[in-house]
Design a protein around this ligand. Structure first.
Ligand code: SF4
Length: 492
């Protein structure tokens, strides 16, 4: 990371260079729709679909939908369950289908079936937040608006052009200082740039046109390709293992919600599951044995409860079931695979339960895990993954204040996390990402996932001596199928 510079970031120069640079990049999907149609209704629909969804998925959903829908009346004629099928697999497709179903009625009742052209009115439409509204105002109506999404927020802070902690703060700060001539285009430019070069994890600073002017605040660039000796890069890449951890909240239920598609899409070398709630003989053969993987199962003795499993492309040296502790080992919570140069410890930590009824049990379990990890770390690297059932810091949950004494955020559970990280174990996700609103679990109640009222309670931790082996870490919150989403680690 470069040292912070005091001088103001040269925004005009940056935008000028980026306008040239992103010409060769993929156009963000909403701009693509806008280029194909000037219709504010279609741009609004595309914008709603694009939230938390990859561009190529949104583009395909728009193509399917716009074959049948040209007006709000066309949209109203399609029942929500059918809409779900048309737009699947965009993120939050069920909620978006509900929003789209309600949209024509609200437009008719409040806006004479016309798309409003100001942010405040647009945010009264179902499924339209401030970001979407700003984007529609800018793209569909060409009016001054700054759409601040995660890329704009992140990159503006990397540049030190703003010092803010939320996208809304960034929007307000930019309204004060970003020259108005850039308001309309800054989102498209930075989305394309953020997807192509200044990526959220390991940005490609080595080939960035702004390298000479960017202070790179809080950034860990990728390793520069070509700086290694010939042949070394290929070898390095082949040595990186991708690992995924996912609390599936019942593997049989997850199978009905696209588990196998997600498994293939994530394409991991090691895939660790928690809360499988099934015995292997209750599962289809093509799930117990997935082609190309060895699988290991550790169900709880009690049927339909807890349990862990691991799929791995490489056969482990040995598999360790449990903690060798009678009090804990009947719930199938700890499944460890030993490989040549590391242990993979897959854990489903107990829930402290309402009223903290099971806190004592959990804290005993946590202490046993810590002893186990320390013992293993004395031999070789330790990668611990799973549902730790605790949010570590206020940034790791949406409502820290109101949960201070609740299970998953009690002082005792947090102090265990402090103890672990204080001893040097690394929370790998936070090594790369310091942003708020990065969650891995959402209650099924109150549409918490749609509103992103969540908790980050699924982790990959590594032992202190292995931090250098960590290449990347991510949360895959676009993958549905459970009340948790998968998290991943790239480990060299
Ligand atoms: S890619 Fe690197 S140099 Fe370029 S803007 Fe992002 S952090 Fe700065």
């Amino acid at each position: 990371m470069k040292e912070e510079k005091n001088k103001e970031f040269p925004i005009d120069l940056a935008v000028e260079r980026l306008e040239q640079e992103v010409k060769g990049y993929d156009v963000p999907v909403v701009d693509l729709v806008a280029a194909q149609t000037k219709d504010p209704f279609k741009i609004l629909v595309a914008t709603i679909l694009s939230a938390r969804t990859k561009d190529e998925v949104t583009a395909a959903a728009c193509r399917r939908l716009f074959k049948r829908v040209a007006t709000p009346a066309d949209l109203e004629a399609i029942p929500a369950p059918e809409l779900e099928k048309i737009i699947y697999p965009v993120g939050f497709f069920r909620n978006k289908a509900k929003h789209l179903s309600r949209l024509p009625g609200v437009l008719r009742d409040q806006f004479e079936s016309k798309i409003p052209d100001d942010v405040e009115s647009l945010t009264r439409l179902p499924g339209v937040g401030r970001k979407t509204a700003n984007l529609v105002v800018a793209v569909a109506f060409g009016k001054p608006a700054i759409c601040v999404d995660t890329h704009v927020h992140r990159i503006m802070n990397i540049w030190g052009y703003v010092r803010t902690s939320t996208p809304l703060e960034t929007e307000m700060a930019l309204r004060d200082k970003l020259p108005q001539q850039y308001w309309l285009t800054i989102n498209s430019i930075l989305v394309a740039f953020g997807q192509g070069t200044c990526k959220p994890v390991r940005p490609h600073c080595d080939r960035c046109v702004l390298l000479d002017i960017c202070p790179q605040l809080g950034v860990t660039p990728r390793k520069v390709p070509g700086k290694s000796k010939a042949g070394e890069k290929k070898k390095d890449r082949s040595m990186v293992k991708k690992m995924v951890s996912w609390n599936v909240n019942g593997l049989r239920a997850a199978l009905q919600k696209g588990f196998l598609d997600a498994f293939r899409e994530l394409d991991a070398d090691i895939f660790a599951l928690q809360e499988i709630k099934a015995l292997p003989d209750q599962l289809p053969e093509n799930v117990v044995h997935i082609d190309g993987y060895h699988s290991y199962w550790y169900p709880a003795q009690k049927k339909g409860y807890a349990g862990t499993a691991v799929y791995t492309r490489h056969e482990p040296l040995q598999v360790i079931y449990g903690l060798d502790n009678h009090d804990f080992d009947h719930e199938g919570r700890v499944l460890t695979l030993e490989f040549d140069d590391f242990f993979l410890v897959n854990i489903y930590f107990p829930n402290a339960q309402p009223g903290l009824k099971r806190l004592e049990y959990k804290m005993d379990f946590n202490r046993a895990v810590r002893n186990f990890m320390d013992r293993l770390a004395g031999k070789k690297s330790v990668v611990l993954c799973g549902d730790l059932n605790v949010a570590h810091k206020p940034i790791d949950l949406a409502n820290p204040k109101s949960n201070e004494k609740n299970p998953g955020y009690s002082p005792e559970e947090r102090s265990w996390m402090n103890e672990i990280t204080g001893a040097g174990y690394v929370d790998t996700f936070r090594k790369f990402n310091q942003e708020p609103e990065q969650y891995t679990w959402w209650s099924y109640r109150f549409a918490a996932r749609a509103k992103n009222i969540g908790w980050r309670i699924d982790y990959f931790l590594v032992d202190p001596a292995s931090e250098e082996r960590v290449v990347g870490a991510a949360i895959h919150d676009d993958i549905l199928g459970s009340d948790h989403c998968p998290v991943s680690l790239e480990f060299r």
